[in-house]
Design a protein around this ligand. Structure first.
Ligand SMILES: Nc1ncnc2c1ncn2[C@@H]1O[C@H](COP(=O)(O)OP(=O)(O)OP(=O)(O)O)[C@@H](O)[C@H]1O
Ligand SMILES: [Mg+2]
Length: 268
């Protein structure tokens, strides 16, 4: 693998303090190369979101995280610069957008706190360009989140992340709440961002069909540990861990029951 953009070595995360402390992520190690997508899968409660929270600096961790050439501080107190470079997109698109702000305001907000990355020319034009980039019409610029569909809101969340000029985009179940056809469109958009802009991704999902479409490599979590990690094809075709085989079998049953898990071609 080329020099990783993000490297996690023996990442531990606990919730609670003192005798109440409970470790929910143990010795998680993984690396993400530039323009590479690592998917994180595993059952509910296995620690996927907690890993994401450690990576974006929402929770304290122990162990080592290295981003580019720099050690990432253990506590959530990060430099503005580092926070800017690692945004997160959550599952529920609507609740992560400020209902009182216009879509244009939401997307361009980061440029007030980070004038160094603000576009040189007209901001409205720059925002319209970002909207186009995520497949939205310029006329949503003056609307509010409540006036958009779930899929449109998720595109706005992605545009907002892009305005930050991220190097690593963390997506926590970012397409899970969307219906299958919209999901496919957003996935396609994320794949394009990776190819066109060279953005790396940590992509959390419980859908193995989605993993296969988007991820170069995949880490399988169980009870707070990464039990298997490898190139997606490798893990899918010859899973080494019993739990991975279980996940794959369960996904196959799903396909047998429902015909398909992730593709569709209705319109948004
Ligand atoms: N803020 C918190 N305080 C205490 N415990 C927490 C907190 N957040 C999560 N946990 C616990 O940590 C463990 C891992 O949770 P996490 O949200 O990381 O799992 P997950 O793999 O993302 O699950 P899901 O697929 O349901 O989103 C769970 O046992 C959960 O109950
Ligand atoms: Mg989660």
């Amino acid at each position: 693998m080329t020099e990783p953009l993000l490297e996690a070595n023996d990442l531990d995360v606990s919730y609670g303090r003192g005798r109440r402390a409970r470790r929910v992520v143990s010795k998680a190690s993984f690396a993400i190369a530039p323009a590479e997508t690592l998917a994180l899968v595993g059952e509910s409660g296995s620690g996927k979101t907690t890993v994401a929270r450690a990576v974006v600096g929402l929770v304290r961790y122990d162990g080592e995280l290295v981003f580019g050439d720099d050690r990432v501080p253990l506590t959530p107190r990060r430099s503005r610069e580092l926070r800017r470079q690692i945004p997160i997109v959550f599952q529920d698109p609507r609740s992560s957008l400020n209902p009182r702000m216009s879509i244009g305001g939401i997307i361009g907000e980061v440029w007030s706190t980070h004038p160094e990355i603000a576009p040189g020319g007209d901001r409205r034009t720059a925002i319209a360009e970002l909207l186009g980039r995520v497949g939205l019409d310029e006329d949503v610029l003056d609307r509010r989140a409540a006036q958009l569909s779930g899929g449109q809101c998720q595109r706005v969340s992605i545009a907002r992340a892009l305005a930050q000029r991220p190097r690593l985009l963390v997506c926590d179940e970012a397409v899970s709440a969307l219906d299958v056809s919209v999901q496919a469109q957003i996935l396609q958009l994320l794949i394009e961002l990776k190819t066109d802009l060279g953005i790396s991704m940590l992509f959390i999902t419980h859908d193995l069909g989605v993993v296969r479409q988007i991820a170069d490599s995949v880490a399988v979590m169980q009870h707070g540990e990464i039990v298997e990690i490898g190139a997606t094809e490798q893990v899918f075709t010859s899973p080494a861990h019993a739990y991975t085989r279980e996940l794959l079998d369960a996904a196959l049953d799903l396909v047998a029951d429902h015909g398909t898990t992730t593709t569709g071609d209705e319109q948004e």
